[in-house]
Design a protein around this ligand. Structure first.
Ligand SMILES: [Zn+2]
Ligand SMILES: [Zn+2]
Length: 249
């Protein structure tokens, strides 16, 4: 499994793209979230219109899904014909079409490839080809699902936004890599994760590696020393930047 960080930033971070990762496992590719800045970064590396199989949307905040219209527009322009499978919460189909129509009125009818939708509910699982997917709700200002992706060899968790719950701890237990939101250094915001909260989660749930993403931009810029102190406390805890790649062997 290969994980390419397309972005590691929060919504307003002009130095880092909105947090998103492109995961490749075997011949399958899944894009984890698609915020404002994601399509431009994605198409820097993608020249094949059929290169993407799945898109996961953790929740409907703009920095996690407002890139969808541009993603679909560019695939259309490139001549894509393969279905694209979108996975998310109950409203994923309706919200996708509404957003598409707002961005490019009339475009839905012109789409040259089918959109197929899958809903993942907490407590259930979804098997798509070789991928086994499970979701659980986090503590966020809007309903957000963290996603566990299991390809039979490795287990990857992507938090989207929000603080972890006891269910998150159970879901991520022993996983190979977690990409987790850490907006602040300590748990000072009720609906966001933190660096210290991620460290605690990693230890309690025996997560092998944890990438801190979605750091609040001034914290990332001004608190480098404090962040470094956290990283030194736990092997496997790291702060990726846009373009970093992790291989799980
Ligand atoms: Zn959010
Ligand atoms: Zn966000």
């Amino acid at each position: 499994m290969e994980i390419l960080f397309l972005g590691v930033g929060e919504a307003c971070d002009s130095a880092h793209g909105n947090c998103s990762a492109l995961v490749t496992t075997g011949t399958r590719r899944i894009l984890l979230d698609c915020g404002f800045s994601v399509p431009h970064r994605f198409f820097r590396i993608c020249e094949d219109p059929d290169c993407l199989d799945y898109v996961w949307i953790s929740h409907f905040h703009g920095d996690h899904f407002f890139g969808l219209p541009l993603l679909l527009l560019r695939f259309w322009e490139m001549g894509r014909t393969r279905p694209l499978q979108l996975i998310g919460q109950e409203d994923i189909a309706q919200t996708t079409y509404t957003t598409l129509e707002l961005a490019y009125p009339g475009f839905t009818e012109k789409l040259s490839f089918p959109l197929q939708f899958h809903i993942v509910q907490p407590g259930t699982s979804l098997q798509l080809d070789t991928l086994h997917l499970q979701a659980t709700q986090t503590i966020h200002s809007q309903c957000n699902y963290g996603l566990l992706v299991d390809d039979g060899r490795h287990r990857l968790y992507y938090s989207g936004d929000g603080r972890p719950t006891q269910q998150v701890r159970q879901l991520v237990h022993g996983c190979d890599l977690a990409l987790h939101e850490a907006f602040t250094l300590e748990d000072t915001m009720p609906s966001h994760g933190s660096v210290s909260g991620c460290l605690q989660l990693m230890r309690e749930a025996k997560v092998k590696q944890l990438a801190l993403i979605h750091l609040e931009r001034t914290t990332r810029r001004d608190q480098q020393g404090a962040i470094e102190q956290f990283l030194l406390q736990q092997p496997g805890l790291f702060l990726p930047v846009d373009g970093d790649i992790v291989h799980l062997e």
